[in-house]
Design a protein around this ligand. Sequence first.
Ligand code: SF4
Length: 357
Amino acid sequence: MTDNGDIINLTEAGALPPVDPGTPDDWGDGQLVDRVGRAIKNLRVSVTDRCNFRCHYCMPEEGLVWLKRDELLSYEEIERLVTIFASMGVEEVRLTGGEPLVRRDLPQLIEKLSRIESLTSLSLTTNGFTLEKMCGELVAAGLQRINVSMDTPVREKFAHITRRDALPEVLAGLEECEKYPELAPIKVNAVAMRDFSEEDVLAFAELARRKPYIVRWIEFMPLDAEGKWDQQDVLTGAELRAIIESRYPLVPVQDNRIATAQRFAFADGTGEVGFINPVSEPFCDTCDRIRMTADGQFRTCLFSRWETDLRAPLRNGASDLEIEHVIRGAVWRKEMKHYVNDPGFQPASRSMSQIGG
Ligand code: SF4
């Protein structure tokens, strides 16, 4: 990575054949688009790589080598970058981690971002461990939507998969969210893993019928820090749906927005579930998502093997326009798709907790 934030050549990354970088004339100065015309409207911002859980499919028990304080973007730097992204048509911002609620004073950042008028959605993905205590402050600061990661509703299994006996706290955090009608929807995200999730599928369906939560199943992706993922461990959305429909008929929910989830309502009208199937039914053709890591590295795909440094130009006095050009150039080269199902697939250059989902 060069100091002035130039993009690493794809060939060097050995991931994909070289891609024409385009020129500022190609990139345009309106809505942020890539070279095949995908309009980029959804930005995921990681605010920390640290987490208070140790999920087996994410990181080892001892954790990872954490970023140092001065490597992290400050809230002022994040606010400036998000403002630049918003000026190029990004409408939705989701805050992620690691676990974002472990970063001090997060409501201050939410308050800053909630002042960016052109944003239509400000959301957070959390493991919910401290949500009961923080929910009110987050909503008062301007948080609009929330995704709580919870892979099983069974306490012992939860303690096993996260290496934390914390299910009661997570459920209490979800209950606290129900007190704020302005915080909607409340989504529960569960990673589906073969020989682990099957027995929880109907319990989660009943949770979605009993509570104002949208339960979404996410197929297991090769983004674990230890590289143990195996295609055999993927329990597909179709398999999950079949288990639910063995007891509760589902009907598709029409949703014209670009979204990762296939949405279904229960035929009797009680609740909704969703399936995010990046492995068995990839949705890269309509991908509108980009990501920024906690240390200011810009990723145009979850599975990127190259990144663009936005922190260096930011701290080296670059103007907003110069930073905009760096972003537009990177987006122009956005990956066409992930290659998880392709021979010779090479994993992403970072693990999920270092990207932020
Ligand atoms: S894998 Fe990459 S291109 Fe595909 S949907 Fe995810 S972020 Fe978009």
